[in-house]
Design a protein around this ligand. Structure first.
Ligand code: PLP
Length: 409
């Protein structure tokens, strides 16, 4: 019997769903470091280091590259509420659950939301986005890079160029891809992008790195207001409408993360330590080496699933490297298989949402979880769990195929 006074003792797991995944032990260690005051020069130096590290991780020269406190959707909310004033038009191309989330956050900002949709499991041709931009003339295009709900990744370079051509800002939710797939903020003309720690960055949920350029800065400054109790003498508010959130006001966050260090929230000290360590780990490995490791794990996992005779979900070409969708075979109780994976093997995999709930499983190979032994143990466990639930996969072939694919790389 569990007692509320018992010490925390979470069961050991391999978290191989769509995120959160296992945090790198180095990140957990960094989080246990002593706290510092938020204006301690030692702490503000860490803040500046975090900015410099994430510029490299996100392949950007943007000065404004910092953390929004909260899970990944805190970054989404900060971007939307700071950019969209009531009545502003936004175009959201939706190819999964998280596209719907962007649309819903924009609606809550009072924006006039226009959407285009493509079938889950596919992505957009740039021509469709171009036509929608011409039709709707949005102030902002908001799109997801890798939508974990469908396991598809939307190519962005052409969409970025299109937005620039039409003088439309581009926001990208790259929560699920940063640190696992190439993300090039500057080369792709992304104006503002946010992410989260709990997937390929191998940290816990609770911090949302964000980056944005001068085009975004100009829009935010045009709405600049400072909280009454900390307003410097002589400050004059901008003429634009006040940003509808204090916590997510990018203007006030810029003041806090710049030399003026104008107080805003109390920075989440331990999450900043975590974010710093995540970035250090990514950059020590090297971005390209890290992307190749994720692609290799994807090839190995796919080889294992194919050898079991399972059908994969979605468009092959646009499959994310770090999460794989697989159809639950006809007649197999998907939840019973997942429960057996968890209880008997300590492995967590996911199902999906909306039209894909109970139709596919999603297997993540992200960040610290993206390792050879995890892929092998996962396919072996899945094979056993499938057999126990009435699906006959050829015994042993999945692990052999996954191992061969990993070693062939
Ligand atoms: C693509 C994408 N965007 C946004 C989110 C929301 O992130 P959070 O749950 O950390 O707020 C997720 C989480 O799974 C995601 O995969």
């Amino acid at each position: 019997m569990r007692n509320v006074f018992d010490e925390l003792n979470p069961p050991p797991r391999r978290l191989m769903g769509p995120g959160p995944v296992d945090a790198d032990p180095r990140v957990l260690r960094a989080m246990s470091m002593p706290l510092l005051g938020q204006f301690d020069p030692a702490f503000t130096a860490y803040m500046n280091e975090v900015m410099a590290l994430y510029r490299q991780v996100l392949r950007t020269r943007n000065r404004w590259t910092f953390l929004v406190d909260g899970t990944a959707r805190a970054g989404i909310e900060a971007a939307m509420v700071s950019l969209l004033a009531p009545g502003d038009r936004v175009l959201v191309p939706i190819f999964g659950r998280f596209g719907h989330l962007l649309g819903e956050v924009a609606e809550r900002c009072g924006a006039e939301v226009r959407t285009i949709e493509t079938e889950w499991g596919t992505v957009f041709e740039p021509g469709r986005v171009a036509a929608a931009i011409r039709e709707h003339r949005p102030a902002l295009v908001a799109i997801v890079h890798g939508d974990t709900s469908t396991t598809m990744a939307q190519p962005l370079a052409e969409i970025g160029a299109l937005c620039r051509e039409h003088d439309t800002l581009l926001y990208v939710d790259a929560t699920a891809t940063v640190g696992g797939m190439d993300v090039r903020v500057d080369d792709w003309c992304v104006d503002i992008l946010s992410t989260g720690l709990q997937k390929c960055l191998a940290g816990p949920p609770g911090s949302a790195p964000i980056t944005f350029n001068e085009r975004v800065e100009a829009r935010v400054r045009a709405r600049r207001h400072i909280e009454r109790g900390i307003r410097p003498d002589g400050f004059e508010a901008a003429a634009g409408p006040v940003i509808g959130s204090n916590y997510f006001d990018l203007g006030m966050l810029m003041d806090y993360w710049s030399e003026s260090r104008l107080n805003h929230h109390t920075e989440a000290t331990s999450m900043l330590y975590a974010a710093r360590e995540c970035a250090r780990i990514v950059l020590e490995e090297g971005l390209d080496a890290r992307f190749e490791r994720h692609a290799r794990a994807s090839r190995a996992l796919v080889a294992g699933l194919d050898a079991m005779g399972l059908e994969r979900f979605g468009d092959e070409i646009h499959k994310m490297a770090n999460v794989t969708g697989v159809e639950i075979p006809e007649g197999v109780p998907g939840d019973a298989v997942r429960a057996m994976m968890l209880e008997d093997f300590g492995i967590e995999i996911g199902t999906s949402f909306g039209p894909l709930a109970g139709r596919i499983w999603r297997i993540g190979t992200m960040g610290y979880t993206c390792r050879k032994e995890n892929v092998l143990v996962c396919v072996m466990a899945l094979e056993t769990a499938l057999r126990a639930n009435g699906f006959r996969a050829p015994p042993g072939e999945a692990a052999d195929a996954a191992l061969a694919a990993w070693n062939a790389a």
